[in-house]
Design a protein around this ligand. Structure first.
Ligand SMILES: [Mn+2]
Length: 316
């Protein structure tokens, strides 16, 4: 499955791994694991990963790397857990010499820059990185195993969502065999800053609902400024308003600093990825998001009306 990506890797002496904006456990875990696995296999190559990562895991899994522009310019860029270059957190990806991509989001973009492996049935990109290692006989060290476990745990919603549970749990068993400490990783993942209480209070006290079964929260720029948080920090709380009986679609939206709207959409039964695509976003069938650039007027109304149509059409 990964033959073309391996031959790209073999062609280049320098490799930089990139992940998406607002990195999550899967993005950060994939980057660290892929970097470490490749470093062990190719000790003479320079291999780095960039992006902000997840700081609370740095003591266990380690930080990403500081990479200068000149390094990127002579490197193969491997994009993980993201559809296209535009989604890369580090936009210097455009300066790379060559490209490859490994992802599990529903593919709505044409990645023409290089070879790609996409499997939208995989629970996480970390599952694909594990398969990449297995297919090529690469060794998974304890830090990489912990990074992969983190990605699978977080992207599957703590092992709640998967297309293939047997496969997911087989991989997780193997990672545990390699020495991963699920209790430590789970405890660390649970840690949240005290300030998040104010965001939760905001979310719970600004819930709106429609007669047709949509629950949502909207935070204006002014609301965010009072709380001192970013639109991404608001949207990270979408799970707080989910799974309310008779409300099959829920979303959290926040005005961005540049006058757009960031939204995270979820559903228990409806395809919200198709909704997100209509606003230039994407994701997974039941968990998707978008950010409009520079326009916000009418977005919430239009979003509500598309959600309404989706509910009316019936589950798919
Ligand atoms: Mn992912």
């Amino acid at each position: 499955m990964f033959e073309k990506i391996i031959s790209k890797i073999e062609e280049h002496d320098s490799i930089v791994i990139f992940g998406h904006r607002n990195p999550d456990g899967d993005c950060y875990g994939s980057e660290i694991a892929l970097r470490n696995i490749l470093r062990a296999k190719y000790p003479s190559k320079s291999i780095y990963c960039v992006g902000s990562g997840l700081k609370k895991f740095f003591d266990i899994i380690g930080p990403t790397d500081d990479v200068i522009d000149e390094t990127i310019a002579r490197s193969l860029a491997i994009l993980v857990d993201a559809n296209d270059l535009e989604r890369s957190e580090d936009q210097r990806i455009y300066k790379a010499l060559d490209f490859a991509k490994i992802d599990h989001h529903i593919n709505t973009f044409t990645f023409t820059e290089g070879p790609e492996v996409i499997n939208d049935k995989a629970s996480s990109t970390c599952e694909l990185i594990y398969e990449f290692a297995m297919e090529n006989g690469l060794e998974i060290d304890l830090i990489s195993a912990s990074a992969l476990y983190l990605g699978i745990m977080t992207d599957s919603g703590r092992f709640q969502f998967a297309n293939n549970f047997v496969k997911m749990f087989e991989i997780v068993r193997d990672l545990c065999d390699l020495g991963v400490d699920p209790i430590l990783l789970n405890k660390t993942n649970n840690l949240i800053p005290e300030e998040s209480l104010a965001i939760k209070a905001f979310i719970y006290s600004h819930v709106k609902k429609t007669d047709d079964g949509i629950i949502y929260v909207y935070a204006s720029k002014q609301d965010r400024e009072i709380l001192g948080v970013t639109s991404a920090q608001i949207c990270a709380n979408t799970s707080l308003i989910g799974y309310i009986a008779n409300h099959p679609i829920w979303f959290v939206s926040a005005e961005t600093d540049t006058g757009g709207i960031q939204t995270e959409l979820r559903s228990s039964i409806f395809n919200v990825q198709e909704i997100a695509v209509r606003f230039g976003g994407g994701g997974h069938t039941y968990a998707a998001g978008f950010t409009t650039k520079g326009y916000k007027d009418g977005v919430i109304e239009q979003l509500l009306s598309i959600c309404r149509e989706t509910i009316k059409k019936g589950s798919n």
